[in-house]
Design a protein around this ligand. Structure first.
Ligand code: IMP
Ligand code: MG
Length: 174
């Protein structure tokens, strides 16, 4: 059965905004190197597109955390499924996320990564649903788009592991 998907943010709009954020990051990190931490799997597409637009030296590492089971509801439990390969000591860390919803994932993650001695930690997200935030202390440094409370797919985001490869952001119509 095919789901019906309504386009929320078309490909060219997303690409344009990613380029803009890439430029901003390049300016903010001038004279430094930035260590991107891609949050798997949803952050993969955004991290790659963003990394191509950053002009300061970039290194990358990957981490997989899970806060959701199958489906669209948060379990409220965050666990590290795959940890980073490299230490963070002295690095300018930029966490790259697909979407911030309750903020539980990032609240937990920033606490864990802070213990590893980075020079600083910032957060960059493709999407934010501010109306859903439970963890108010999560401060987002770079947001491409704030969106209403709808379940979105595409550009890395999935619904039961489907639709990550869509080049735009869409809403699954129920
Ligand atoms: P949080 O911990 O509630 O902020 O959830 C963040 C994670 O939930 C994201 O990294 C996504 O994997 C997932 N998520 C939240 N909202 C959506 C959505 O609308 N579509 C797909 N995944 C989502
Ligand atoms: Mg997900």
């Amino acid at each position: 059965m095919e789901d019906k998907i309504r386009i929320l943010l078309p490909e060219d709009e997303v690409d344009e905004r990613v380029e803009e954020i890439g430029r901003q990051i390049s300016a903010d990190y001038a004279g430094k190197a930035v260590h991107l931490i891609c949050i798997l799997k949803g952050g993969v597409f955004f991290t790659c597109e963003l990394a191509k637009r950053i002009t300061v030296p970039v290194s990358m590492d990957f981490m997989c955390v899970s806060s959701y089971g199958a489906g669209t509801k948060s379990s409220g439990i965050v666990k590290i499924v795959k940890d980073l390969d490299e230490p963070l000591e002295g690095k300018h860390v930029l966490i790259v996320e697909d979407i911030i919803d309750s903020g539980r994932t990032l609240s937990y993650l920033t606490e864990v990564l802070k213990q590893r001695g980075p020079a600083d930690i910032r957060i960059c997200t493709l999407l934010d649903k501010p109306s859903r935030r439970v963890k108010k202390e999560v401060k987002v440094d770079y947001t491409c788009f704030s969106i209403p409370d709808e379940f979105v797919v595409g550009y890395g985001l999935d619904y039961d592991q489907k639709y990550r490869n869509l080049p735009y952001i869409g809403v699954v119509e129920v």
